[in-house]
Design a protein. Sequence first.
Length: 140
Amino acid sequence: MEKFDKVIYLITGISFLIIGVGAFGYSWFVFIDQVQKGFLHATLILINNLLLVLIIMEILRTIINYLKSKDILLEPFLFIGIIAATRKILTAGAEISIMEITDEKVFQHYLFDLGVNALVVVALGIALYLIDKRRPEHTA
C-alpha cells in the first residue's frame, strides 16, 4: 500500500508541475493579449495569475517534501493561505479601482472582503511566526 501511495503522490506531483508550467505560460499569453486593452488591467491579471502559479508550485513543493520525508508540514499550507488571501486582496482592490461603484452596499462588500482577507494574512503570519519560534533551534 505504501508503494501505491508513493506512485499516486508522484503522479499528482508531476500533474501539478505540468499544470504550474501551463498556468505560467498561459499567464504571460493572457498578459500579452490584454496589454493593448490597458497596461494596468493586463498587469493586474498577470499578477493574479502568477500568484495562482505560486499556489500550485507551493502544493508541488509540499508533495515533494512528503515524498522525501513522509512528513506533512503545516508551513506550506499557511504560505498557500497567505498567497491566496493576498491574491484576493489584489483582485478586489483592482476591481474597486477599475469599476465605477455607485452602490454603497457593493463598495462596503468589497471593503469587508479586503478587511477579512487582510485579517487572514495577519493571522496566518502570526501562526508562521509562532511555529518558527517553537522550533528547537529557537528555544534557550
